[in-house]
Design a protein around this ligand. Structure first.
Ligand code: FES
Length: 142
């Protein structure tokens, strides 16, 4: 299979994560919010259209280069197949499925079959969740 069939999450500097592949975004009850081959998900915590990016990161004081370390990286090779992203209320995004996570310039890269990604903007281990949503009192979901 070609590169275009692989799941990827690309971290835009000071902006959203761009998810490509066989993507399904679901809410905490499992209801499908989006099923597509591309999804732009908020990383700054300020979107009015959570979990999707609405451009609010430009006004928000959000800074993240997209460079990262991954202590739980896996060697998956291929990353095709379903990738489900579950939105946890006032908390993280949960990944289930094979995916390559990468900085926009491709210099930082790791693979995962599961994980928790930050969407509040306050993790010290971006793009991964470190429970920063609790420290900052993240409150965006009704
Ligand atoms: S990253 Fe774009 S609105 Fe949060």
């Amino acid at each position: 299979m070609g590169e275009e069939n692989q799941n990827s999450i690309t971290l835009k500097a000071d902006g959203p994560m761009v998810c490509r592949g066989e993507i399904t975004v679901v809410d905490a009850e499992g209801a499908v919010l989006l099923k597509d081959n591309e999804a732009w998900l908020c990383r700054c915590g300020q979107s009015k259209k959570m979990p999707f990016c609405d451009g609010s990161h430009r006004q928000a004081d959000f800074h993240d280069s997209g460079e990262f370390e991954d202590e739980r990286a896996e060697e998956l090779g291929e990353t095709h197949g379903p990738l489900q992203i579950s939105v946890k209320p006032n908390a993280m995004l949960i990944l289930k499925g094979p995916v390559t996570i990468q900085s926009a310039d491709g210099r930082f890269r790791s693979q995962r079959s599961r994980g928790a990604l930050c969407r509040c903007g306050h993790s010290n281990k971006k793009p991964f969740c470190d429970a920063g949503h609790k420290r900052c009192g993240f409150n965006v979901d009704d």
